[in-house]
Design a protein around this ligand. Structure first.
Ligand code: NAX
Length: 344
């Protein structure tokens, strides 16, 4: 029996995307409208947030192109320069727009500029988003920006604010597959721990390749612990800088793919396999409570849980402690700047 479209389609989902006039925003919205994030049975309503005049203009141009694609799943596109209006009724927030690090800017200046943006957006989400809002922060420093937003959102559980480390996870998968001459689909239980920064820890010690311990497979390919610490970890952690050097611009399509994969897993499930997400720590694996740190998580039915089956040896602990310390330093810096709200 044939079913009509209205019977087979799910309820429309409202997605607010910030930085919609920028590069990653542009690379993300067409794939969402094509059904690649939520599936071919879920109509979407896009609400784009930008800053006037240039950002808004660029978002308007992108919206015209979305119209020209005549996507069947795209019910509406609206453009805003006011966060509270932009997040009205949002089920998903993709917080991509951020203040870029410009020449001569100190780290504290960057944290301050972004603190202002993400505290305002957190408050707007709290006031006007839907009850089931789920947020991924892409704009850097992503973990701390997510923490700031969560701390200003008293009406949203803090666990719903997450930071993107899925791009790092994908980078690690690709490097490990290349090093062992295997397929990315053969690799399970890889994880990114900590901050989305050069201090992140891509962990292969728990990884399995085609059912075998990754370390053994690496050894067969002549790659020992020294290769892991001297080649693999810096390659993954500094991949963003390498892309800039070679491409002449920062990662765009791969970041968009990471953000789409992050939300897709969270909402549609990760098939029982762990993926990496920056989420609020409640002290798991000894990571200090109250920071947004990357963990391996398993997603199911719109929820995620930190996978507690990883073993952390001395080697891994050293790396995790370092990246967690950086997150604690960032948290302390934004606290000193008065940017942290009270609702964590
Ligand atoms: P672009 O500079 O191309 O775009 C950013 C857009 O955000 C601009 O159009 C700007 O007008 C807008 N914007 C700034 N403040 C805003 C605000 N308050 N409200 C709404 N829009 C605002 O940068 P793009 O290449 O798209 O990168 C976006 C962010 O992603 C950057 O912070 C970048 O560092 C970060 N990244 C994060 C990654 C991750 O894995 N977490 C990887 C890629 C990327 O580096």
């Amino acid at each position: 029996m044939f079913t009509s479209d209205s019977q087979s389609q799910k309820k429309p989902v409202t997605i607010t995307l910030t930085g919609a006039g920028g590069q990653i925003g542009y690379a993300t919205m067409f794939r969402i409208a094509a059904g690649e994030m939520l599936g071919a049975d879920t109509p979407v309503r896009l609400r784009l947030l930008e800053i006037p005049p240039r950002g808004v203009k660029a978002a308007e141009g992108a919206a015209m192109e979305l119209e020209d694609c005549a996507f069947e799943l795209l019910e509406s596109v609206d453009i805003f320069d006011d966060p509270q209006q932009a997040f009205e009724g949002a089920n998903i927030g993709m917080l991509i727009g951020a203040h870029p690090r410009t020449a001569g800017m100190e780290r504290a200046d960057l944290l301050e500029a972004n603190g202002a943006i993400f505290s305002q957006q957190g408050a707007a989400i709290s006031k006007s988003a839907a009850d089931d809002i789920k947020v991924v922060v892409v704009g850097n420093p992503a973990n701390t920006n997510a923490l700031i937003a969560a701390s200003h959102a008293p009406d949203v559980p803090s666990e719903r604010f997450t930071a993107l480390t899925r791009l790092d996870h994908h980078r690690a998968l690709a490097q490990l597959a290349a090093a062992t001459n295997t397929r990315v689909s053969d690799i399970k239980k890889l994880a990114i721990w900590g901050n989305h920064s050069a201090s992140q820890y891509p962990d292969v010690f728990n990884a399995r390749i085609a059912g075998r311990a990754a370390r053994g497979v690496l050894r067969e390919h002549g790659k020992d612990e020294q290769w892991i610490s001297g080649v693999f970890i810096p390659k993954v952690a500094k991949r963003g800088a390498e892309i800039i050097e070679v491409r002449g611009g920062s990662s765009v399509a791969s970041a968009a793919h990471g953000a789409i994969s992050h939300m897709r897993s969270w909402i549609l499930g990760s098939g029982g396999e762990p993926v990496s997400m920056g989420v609020l720590s409640a002290g798991q694996y000894g990571v200090t409570e109250g920071i947004i740190s990357s963990f391996p998580v398993i997603c199911d039915n719109g929820c995620y849980e930190i996978d507690n089956s990883y073993e952390i040896d001395e080697f891994s602990q050293k790396y995790i402690d370092k990246t967690v310390q950086e997150l604690l330093d960032e948290k302390e810096a934004v606290k000193t700047l008065g940017l942290l709200g009270e609702s964590l």
